[in-house]
Write a protein that binds this ligand. Structure first.
Ligand SMILES: C[S@@+](CC[C@H](N)C(=O)[O-])C[C@H]1O[C@@H](n2cnc3c(N)ncnc32)[C@H](O)[C@@H]1O
Length: 318
């Protein structure tokens, strides 16, 4: 079965926030099926689009070929956008957008191993490289599995699930893992949410280092956006949104900067983003048409002219 087309979430709101104009240059950090990139191109702006998934880049070739040189595809993590832009002699851009998480193509294709709803190999790697979900569940120790389920899946019974996973090794298929979690937690028809949801989310976030990438992507956006440049970030669960909210509150001067372990400076570095407007969520019409929009949150912010914060200004080792 061919995967369902990815329906971009909060598209009108993202484009309103980015306000792209002809001749500008925008970064789409998460190209996916190109929904945002296409809309930015329609404004007449140029787009440099990143995706760490080689399939997404390959699928986007036709759009790039028909763009008259205005769409450049980069098979790279968005946390490395500054280095990748430098390599193309681009120092600053007018907009950066990040649409965090997996695409419908990744989720719906059983062979990618992201879904507990269809059986496939336990993979879950966006970049199709490195440690797979099978490697992780078959080799990590029980405590490490439990910690990941607890922190990245907010699974309250993480120890019970980790024990069941270790007892059932070796695991090779998504269906096997889903059944083990359901048995460990109890599952009955009519349950609102499949009990395997949290475990699959946690393993995916861990393997793809998604929260770390998000932090790196926000810092990279701070470095590459020109004064007045716009940042738009769409997240799909509270763990991700917390990272974005914290970053923007700190960088707009709404909370003191620095580590909890350091004395708070009387006045922090100059804000790199203007005070942030309220988060945007999908309206009733979009919710009716696209269930994925249910948990989406968009935050938009405008870059000031201040220099990007250094590591020590962030309370981090240099
Ligand atoms: C939700 S989809 C984006 C959909 C896109 N906005 C559209 O309209 O079609 C997320 C995409 O971002 C990619 N991705 C996730 N994390 C990434 C990262 N750190 N660097 C680059 N691409 C990433 C995924 O491979 C996936 O294709």
């Amino acid at each position: 079965m061919s995967p369902a087309a990815h329906v971009p979430v909060l598209l009108n709101e993202v484009i309103a926030g980015l306000a792209p104009r002809a001749g500008e240059t925008h970064v789409d950090g998460t190209f996916g099926a190109g929904g945002y990139a296409k809309a930015i191109l329609e404004s007449g702006a140029n787009v440099i689009a990143f995706d760490r998934d080689p399939d997404a880049i390959a699928e986007g070739t036709r759009l790039a070929d028909g763009s008259g040189g205005r769409l450049t595809l980069v098979p790279e993590r968005f946390s490395r956008m500054r280095q990748a832009l430098c390599a193309q002699d681009v120092e600053q851009v007018d907009g950066v957008t990040l649409d965090i998480g997996v695409s419908s193509m990744q989720l719906d294709q059983a062979t990618r191993g992201f879904s507990f709803q269809s059986d496939g190999p336990l993979d879950m790697r966006m970049s199709q490289q490195g440690e797979s979900a099978a490697d992780f569940v078959n080799t990590a120790d029980e405590g490490a599995i439990a910690d990941i389920l607890y922190h990245y899946g907010e699974e309250p019974k993480s120890r019970r699930v980790a024990r069941a996973i270790v007892a059932a090794r070796p695991l090779e298929r998504t269906g096997q893992l889903a059944d083990i979690v359901r048995k460990a937690l109890g599952h009955h028809a009519g349950m609102k949410k499949d009990p395997a949801t949290r475990t699959f989310q946690a393993i995916r976030i861990h393997l793809n280092e998604e929260l770390h990438e998000l932090e790196g992507g926000l810092e990279a956006a701070e470095q590459v956006l020109k004064p007045g440049g716009r940042l738009a970030v769409v997240t799909f669960h509270s763990l991700e949104d917390r990272v974005v909210k914290r970053f923007l509150r700190e960088r707009s001067g709404s909370v003191p900067a620095g580590s909890r372990h350091l004395p708070i400076a009387a006045s922090g570095p100059a804000p790199t983003f203007e005070a942030v407007a309220k988060p945007v969520r999908a309206g009733a019409t979009e919710l009716a048409a696209n269930p994925r929009a249910r948990s989406a949150t968009l935050r938009v912010a405008r870059r000031t002219a201040a220099s990007p914060w250094t590591k020590s200004q962030q309370g981090l080792p240099a």
